[in-house]
Ligand binder design. Sequence first.
Ligand code: 5GP
Ligand code: SF4
Ligand code: MG
Length: 457
Amino acid sequence: MCGIFGISGHPDAAALAHLGLYSLQHRGQESAGIVSAHQGEVHAIRAMGLVSDQFSPEKMRTLVGPLAMGHTRYSTAGSSTIENAQPALVRFKGGHIVLAHNGNLTNAPEIRDGLEAEGSIFSSTMDSEVIVHRLAKARAEKPEEKLAEALEGVEGAYSLLVIVGDTLVAARDPFGWRPLVMGRLNGALVFASETCALDIVGATVEREVRPGEIVAVAADGAVRTLQRTPAPELHRCVFEYVYFARPDSRVFGGSVDRARRALGRRLAQEHPAPGADFVFSVPDSSNSAALGFAEESGLPLELALIRNHYVGRTFIQPTQSGRDAKVKVKYNPVREILEGKSVVMVDDSIVRGTTTRGLVALIRAAGAREVHMRVSSPPITGPCYYGIDTPDRGQLIAARHSVEGIAKEIGVDSLGYISLDGMLGAVPDGPEGFCHACFSGKYPTKPPTVPEKLRLG
Ligand code: 5GP
Ligand code: SF4
Ligand code: MG
């Protein structure tokens, strides 16, 4: 999964992109990059690690120009290399192309095979690189037409930002899988995965980039749009509302906070927990859903689990003594709240079940009498091919166990998941027009032929 940010027409473009990336850090923590462009010259900084660690003032001073874009990347271990850090940048006889991608192209391996057979040389294992090659070959004149040509036959999920010459181009796939929003900061045009990144730079939200739309911003500020053939239906990723996006953002035109609260309320209707003493969340991703559950059930909300915010993803366990060690570093229960109580633990999702099992053990060790778990998304039974890093089917606890079986595995007294219809009815602008493949098994595309080659953007 990834976060993207772009700005055109501002003297401090790179500094604002840097700021925007801070607000998109949750969408990817493995690498970050900023590229600026000015009168045919491009400047790039890409590095592994967090936004806060990578862009020193000295480095930032090299990123001159009124046009900049940035990317935060999350990928699986195997492809977590600097070559795969974005934005991707190529220089060729026609100038330069810069590209930042959020999503996953399901037929990238086939397109790549074709391009390699014609002599193209790839410099990364990223699916997104096929678009760069196709852009370099495109015959159309205008940048937005070049991108439309390059995207012909490209399948899967993409929200894209591209720099061709001095033009910034933004595009969303016709199914609208991933979010992308457009805003204004004085005279400058700004694009970002989530509105929280527009807030941090002080831009006002104008509208979403529409599914299938390509928006080009020329160096003089002129905006041109091109609408590609609309898809018969939308496949907006419902998991953006459930887990991925920040609650202070709007994605797909709806409030993430309102979505999560509605999911929590619906969950409380479907799976109440009469007799419990209180509700608590697994911070931070389920805070809003737990609030909704508390509102609907009338149970008080307690802060029974505290999260340590300083544990990085690269944390290495000093010893491998038990799975719970990792959970303990990240979370600590509040014994004074839990002791002797029957509690409802709300989480947004269960993926492998390993964190959840560790958490339940911690809650019990802190004295809870009964633990009732409620989950604000349905069981995840399949992988995602469209940009979220869910593991293979074999590692998904709900692919192997029934709800009763999962309850036993994670050690809770009761377990309730929101229903598929409940989830789709609770999110803004539902129930139609959402992808729910990882929950329902209804994949809107044929499965990719080489899923292990699909790497995330
Ligand atoms: P599990 O019990 O499956 O090991 O972990 C469940 C937790 O993982 C939940 O708190 C949920 O918020 C979180 N989670 C769900 N999806 C993802 C994801 O794509 N990446 C990460 N890092 N955590 C996730
Ligand atoms: Fe989102 Fe799941 Fe569809 Fe992937 S499969 S796009 S996570 S709803
Ligand atoms: Mg969580």
